[in-house]
Design a protein around this ligand. Structure first.
Ligand code: PHE
Length: 428
């Protein structure tokens, strides 16, 4: 690796825990470094026995000079800068030293309640700063998504920076993650890099993960309701027009893109899909056209639906768009790390005469399903989650379009204006 790493720094200090806390009001940062479990902690017995107790800890005055003396100092400065720019409350890093599992929680806002958000996995080949930045962006997105969905939770995103091969993900691995999730979260669910089976395994230890296989008493993949919500958002944006004969290009046929394609086909749209995995494409209806992954953002179509990775709308790709609207399920489609930057990118799309709907308004169906499963447990019914998405998402789309038109701003800016008091307490 050789890249600067706060987890490596923790290891050098013998710490399991590092918390970086930011007070949005005063701008003050505070820190806590601690050793809270042993190297050979039996995480596979999490829930049965007490595994955690604070053996040694340092508050800000103890942690800061240690960072200042270390080569990690500059990297730490970048992390702090990202937190300030995005208005984030906490970055918590937890380390299992034995298996080198690097767990991170980016907690953006707790104003509405305990934070909820998905869990993602990143390869150790990705530089740590990129992983942190991804998690920060996604956690900010979750604060607004939860607010827009009417869910009484703040926003966070969890990440696992680890190269542990799938075959070595054992009970110890899942037990550790369950502990990390329980530590402060309301609930989480699998996001990119985590599958239903991972959720099932973590669920053996905690009910604070949702979105596992239905047979385990879980609600099934949250992509189902997410896809339904995206479809309804498109429908609301189309107003009277309807889908018959429209051309829709879908990027990504995974847990969200796959079900979305089926809704579109059923509604009479002509669908073009691209995915880097042939396997994902294989399960789609026969009438769907398969395109090359590289060209999909430039496809000539009525609606472009990014449903895979984030950051796909850059200055360059925006210039190449050939659609009337962009309405998709991927998180953070605009390549940006702050609200301000998002406004700028959204303006570029609008200047091309293309309608872009903010993704956290459109794809809230996933967390709506997750919340319902978390609250109702075994009594969860998928149809209720879909109905709730139908109650929440189309009116949000209509409102945002109305405000945007009235105030001559982009729908992105309109959406932030509508919900920022919920997330920050004041207009941000
Ligand atoms: N990961 C989902 C998203 O990005 C939301 C989610 C959170 C789903 C928690 C389930 C549990 O929107």
């Amino acid at each position: 690796m050789g890249e600067a790493s706060l987890f490596d720094f923790m290891r050098e200090q013998g710490w399991t825990t590092l918390e970086i806390m930011h007070d949005r009001q005063s701008g003050k940062m505070s820190l806590r470094g601690a050793t809270e479990w042993l190297e050979n902690t039996v995480w596979d017995r999490y829930g049965e026995v007490d595994l955690v107790s604070t053996m040694e800890w340092f508050e800000t005055e103890g942690v800061r000079p240690r960072i200042a003396r270390s080569p990690v100092k500059e990297h730490y400065g970048k992390v702090v800068e990202l937190m300030r720019r995005g208005g984030h409350e906490v970055l918590e890093l937890l380390l299992d030293r034995k298996q080198d599992i690097r767990f991170l929680a980016g907690i953006h806002s707790t104003r509405l309640g305990n934070p909820a958000g998905g869990i993602r996995r990143h390869s150790l080949e990705d530089p740590e700063i990129d992983v942190f930045s991804d998690i920060f962006n996604l956690s900010r997105d979750m604060s607004f998504k939860n607010a827009a969905a009417g869910i009484p939770n703040g926003g966070c995103k969890l990440g696992v920076h680890s190269s542990l091969p799938e075959g070595e993900r054992d009970k110890r691995f899942y037990g550790f993650l369950a502990y990390c999730i329980d530590r402060q979260m309301a609930f989480t669910g699998p996001d990119m890099g985590f599958n239903l089976e991972d959720a099932n395994r973590i669920r053996e230890f905690t009910k604070n993960i949702v979105g596992g296989t239905a047979r385990t008493g879980s609600g099934g993949a949250t992509g189902i309701t997410a896809a339904w919500g995206v479809f309804l958002a498109m429908k609301a944006a189309l107003m009277e027009e309807g889908f018959e004969g429209l051309r829709v290009a879908v990027q990504g046929a995974g847990e969200l893109g796959g079900p979305l394609v089926k809704h579109l086909v059923d509604a009479g749209a002509r669908v073009l899909v691209a995915d880097i995995s042939d396997e994902a494409l294989a399960g789609l209806p026969g009438t769907v056209e398969r395109g090359a992954a590289e060209g999909i953002l430039r496809a000539e179509c009525d609606i472009l639906a990014p449903c895979a990775v984030g950051g796909v709308l850059t200055e360059e790709t925006i210039a190449g768009l050939r659609c009337r609207m962009v309405v998709g399920g991927a998180n953070n489609q605009l390549a940006a790390t702050s609200q301000k930057q998002e406004y700028r990118m959204a303006r570029l799309v609008a200047d091309r005469g293309i309608l872009f709907l903010p993704d956290w308004i459109v794809n809230a169906g996933g967390v709506i399903q997750g919340k319902m499963e978390h609250v109702r447990g075994e009594k969860f019914v998928l149809e209720d989650a879909k109905a709730e998405a139908g109650r929440v998402i189309p009116p949000n789309v209509e409102d945002v379009l109305y405000i945007a038109q009235k105030q001559s701003i982009t729908p992105v800016e309109a959406a932030y204006r509508k919900f920022e008091a919920d997330v920050y307490g004041t207009a941000g």
